[in-house]
Design a protein around this ligand. Structure first.
Ligand code: FUC
Length: 832
């Protein structure tokens, strides 16, 4: 008990420090009714005074808090790929902020600058001549998209619910990652209250369920809110339904109107009564309340976006009504069972358990206090590592379901009309990072939305390739949206025509993990071939008077968002043939050669890939610093700790640099990482953890994981760029998986090498992981103890050799489809 009091006061201090800008409230004074929140804001004022002097029982894989969220980044996410919600857990004033994953402003357009094709050779020559400034000026006026900015992903709206409970005790809110159900519980005047929340994929609704230990104790009002462009009305066809509806841009007369949207909150009572008027549902004396919420837009779907835009004949309100039609009555236990079954179909595939005898018992500690304790002890509680890992899987299951949109910069959770970076799809690292855990962490199907987006981009990207560069194939630059924007955006740093080549790595990886040939043929190969065709057509030869004359390079080219000093002191970001470009292209061409060989197609194309491959600039090591050179010349860096570590693409997510096959490059990569440093934005740290893993330096990986969790993680475990950006969550989940298992390196027979515990830290001495995936279609379980392998089990989905390495030694075993192979450390003893 003493321990808990300490923990609670510690927690309050922590919140005060971390969120001094948040609306202040103590746990003893209720906020007066007059101060009640009126406007949609990041911060939230629940009028209730909340006391939480109770023990929080230890609940595995559960995020637990002893106060409601006072800021959006403390609210907890739910989602089914289409509908997303952030639940604040307020008592007198509950707030649930909703997203619908297709709700994007804008429409399809043709942003391709018609001057591009003619200007391109001039720009290229200026760059070869070192006239970077002139090149940038010309590129700015001839290559940039028109318009140059995309429109944002927007919040759908919010349910604001109020209940006359101003002083409550034993408050707790939680999100159980094992079931994807949130719960808020408290006592008020001796009555126990409980609220449960989940978003069901099978029912396509959010389910809100209020109960009390005494009959007739539930009085609740609720209404819909949105910052703009909406109305909230009672459904004339059904008084149990409260409708939110609107159209993006409806309030602005000059703006082009955008998507229409709707949501319905439908109420079901046991006992009590309700009225629905003036945009508000008012419930009194109920024993139990269930509210179903569904939402829709008239977005045509990724498969149907086209230019010129077609009129969509979807009516979002009818879609919502149809979704709710089967629910004349509500069977809450059944809805919950169906939801949990659906969610666990994905979630239960992987189990991580860490056992560290040096860790104190964490029972009774809330999740945000665990983050604070991490800093205090300079060590991550094992429980927080497992939570953080599984939270990343939870977020992918919640935000990326087959048939829906892929996870954007904020997954699908965004409260603003104009979120940071439009909550878009950034294709120069961030979107790809979102999907790094998909295959490794056994969520392969959830990769599909990314392939759907990529496929949808092809016709748009073909138009851009043709208009801007006079090239075949398809291209996307450093970002895109739901409307197929593929031109350079935002400014000249947007002239980065490598997005399609990088995205094409993902469907190939899906094939290497699953072995799904039909997928390779129908989905992956067209993406890859189109990306390679663009690149091979876009590349030019280095002129005769320059180093690497006659090699193929990209021009213009820059290392994402970084810049360098030219010998004359000028700062520039444009050049030709940056290291990352050649590495991405090498990756793509090798994959295309292998894919066309597997599919037995396109001999001429394969030959062209092979010839181009021979003429790509090799990754260079700086004679001055011993590091990997970021640019074709050894320019001076302007920002040594720059957040992008693009020139190590070949180390991760590529596999061209490895300790086994390119030890010199691996050593240079290590020097590069050391000079980049151990800090950075959330996603930058997550990327670097993955890179240290590939260098088998588990201690460095752990250090950066520590930095990420202790410094760049919000109270609700969302990654903090800052601001919130979800890529760091996904990148870290992939990184924790790759500390324990890697399979990207090929052995001398070109088989994937399955590396067991390649970057295990001594801070994770004992534990087990079950259900990870390795390339070649293998499900892997690993148990370790005191830093050493105890036992592993490999279950291949096809017959063939299994090449396994552990602690620098290798073995080869014949694997049979569907038959588990047990690996013990003894097997490695006689092998080098
Ligand atoms: C990249 C990064 C920024 C940010 C943005 C969304 O451009 O360089 O840090 O993450 O994407």
């Amino acid at each position: 008990m003493i321990q808990n009091k300490f923990i609670i006061s510690y927690f309050v201090i922590f919140l005060g420090l971390a969120h001094s800008t948040a609306q202040n409230k103590t746990s003893s004074n209720a906020i007066p009714a007059s101060d009640r929140q009126q406007q949609i804001d990041q911060y939230w004022a629940d009028r209730a005074a909340v006391q939480s002097h109770q023990t929080i029982p230890f609940a595995p894989l559960t995020l637990t808090y002893i106060r409601p969220a006072s800021v959006w980044e403390e609210a907890l996410p739910l989602g089914n790929g289409q509908i997303g919600a952030m639940v604040f857990g307020g008592v007198a004033d509950e707030r649930i902020q909703f997203n619908e994953s297709t709700l994007w402003a804008g429409n399809t357009q043709n942003p391709n600058n018609p001057k591009g094709k003619t200007a391109l050779p001039i720009i290229q020559n200026l760059i070869f001549e070192g006239k970077n400034k002139e090149a940038i000026e010309l590129a700015d006026s001839t290559l940039m998209g028109k318009p140059m900015h995309i429109k944002p992903y927007q919040s759908l709206g919010e349910l604001w619910l109020d209940m006359p409970h101003l002083h409550v005790e034993n408050y707790k809110r939680s999100l159980d990652l094992k079931t994807a159900v949130q719960q808020t519980s408290y006592q008020h005047k001796g009555v126990n209250y409980s609220r449960q929340y989940f978003i069901s994929a099978p029912a396509n609704t959010m389910v809100i369920h209020y109960t009390a230990s005494k009959k007739k104790s539930l009085d609740l009002n609720f209404t819909w809110k949105r910052a703009q462009d909406f109305s909230c009305i009672s459904d004339p066809k059904d008084p149990s339904q409260l409708i939110l509806q609107g159209q993006i841009g409806q309030a602005e007369t000059k703006q082009e109107k955008g998507l229409r949207f709707a949501a319905i909150a439908k109420v079901y009572l046991k006992g009590g009564q309700f009225s629905n008027k003036n945009g508000k549902i008012m419930i009194t004396d109920a024993d139990e309340i269930t509210i179903l919420v569904t939402a829709a837009t008239n977005y045509p779907g990724l498969k149907h976006i086209s230019y010129p835009a077609q009129q969509s004949n979807i009516d979002p309100l009818s879609t919502c009504r149809n979704t709710l039609k089967p629910f004349k009555n509500v069977d809450y236990p059944l809805l919950k069972r169906q939801h949990i079954q659906d969610y666990q179909h994905y979630f239960n595939r992987v189990n991580l358990s860490l056992d560290d005898p040096d860790q104190p018992n964490r029972s009774g500690i809330s999740t945000d206090a665990l983050i604070s304790l991490t800093k205090e002890h300079q060590k991550i509680p094992s429980e927080l590592i497992t939570k953080f890992f599984q939270f990343g899987r939870y977020l992918l299951i919640s935000s990326s379901r087959p048939g829906h949109m892929p996870a954007n910069l904020q997954g699908m959770w965004a409260w603003q009309m104009d979120p940071p970076w439009n909550a878009d799809f950034h294709t120069n690292i961030n979107l790809q990072m979102n999907y790094w855990p998909a295959e490794l962490a056994n969520l392969s199907e959830l990769h599909q939305p990314l392939f759907d987006l990529t496929t949808a981009l092809i016709p748009f990207g073909e138009r851009t390739a043709h208009t801007l560069y006079g090239a075949k194939g398809w291209v996307v630059h450093h970002l895109t949206d739901a409307w197929g924007y593929t031109a350079p955006a935002d400014g000249v740093q947007g002239i980065w025509p490598m997005g399609s080549a990088w995205l094409a790595q993902h469907p190939w990886e899906h094939y290497t993990f699953t072995g799904d040939r039909q997928f390779l043929k129908e989905k992956a190969y067209p993406i890859m071939k189109g990306a390679a065709n663009f690149i091979m057509d876009f590349m030019v030869k280095i002129p005769k008077n320059k180093p690497f004359a006659n090699y193929w390079i990209t021009n213009p080219s820059h290392s994402p968002e970084n810049s360098f000093k030219l010998p004359n002191g000028e700062i520039s970001s444009f050049t030709y043939g940056v290291t990352m470009d050649s590495q991405i292209i090498r990756d793509l061409l090798i994959n295309c050669i292998e894919a066309s060989t597997v599919l037995q197609v396109d001999e001429t194309f394969r030959q062209q890939c092979q010839e181009t491959l021979q003429k790509l600039i090799p990754t260079q090591i700086s004679a001055k610093t011993g590091r990997i050179m970021e640019w074709i010349e050894d320019y001076e860096e302007t920002e040594v700790n720059h957040r992008h570590t693009s020139h190590l693409f070949g180390l991760h997510p590529g596999s061209q640099i490895s300790i086994a096959n390119t030890p010199d490059l691996a050593e240079a990569a290590k020097k590069t990482l050391l000079s980049r440093g151990d800090h950075g934005t959330g996603w930058s740290l997550a990327w670097k953890i993955n890179m240290w893993n590939r260098l088998h330096d588990g201690e460095h990986s752990y250090q950066l994981l520590y930095n990420l969790i202790s410094d760049k993680t919000l109270p609700n475990l969302f990654d903090n760029h800052p601001p919130f950006q979800i890529d760091g969550n996904f990148g870290a989940t992939a990184a924790i998986a790759e500390m324990l298992l890697q399979s990207q390196v090929r052995d001398k027979n070109n088989n994937y090498l399955i590396e067991l515990l390649p970057a295990l830290s001594k801070n994770m001495p004992s534990g087990s992981i079950e259900g990870l995936k390795a390339r070649g279609g293998i499900t892997v379980n690993i148990h370790w103890n005191n830093g050493s392998l105890q036992k592993a089990q490999l279950l291949p989905n096809r017959t063939g050799p299994l090449c396994i390495s552990y602690a620098g030694k290798q073995i080869e075993i014949m694997g049979t489809q569907g038959k588990a192979v047990i690996i013990t450390p003894q097997l490695f003893q006689n092998n080098n």
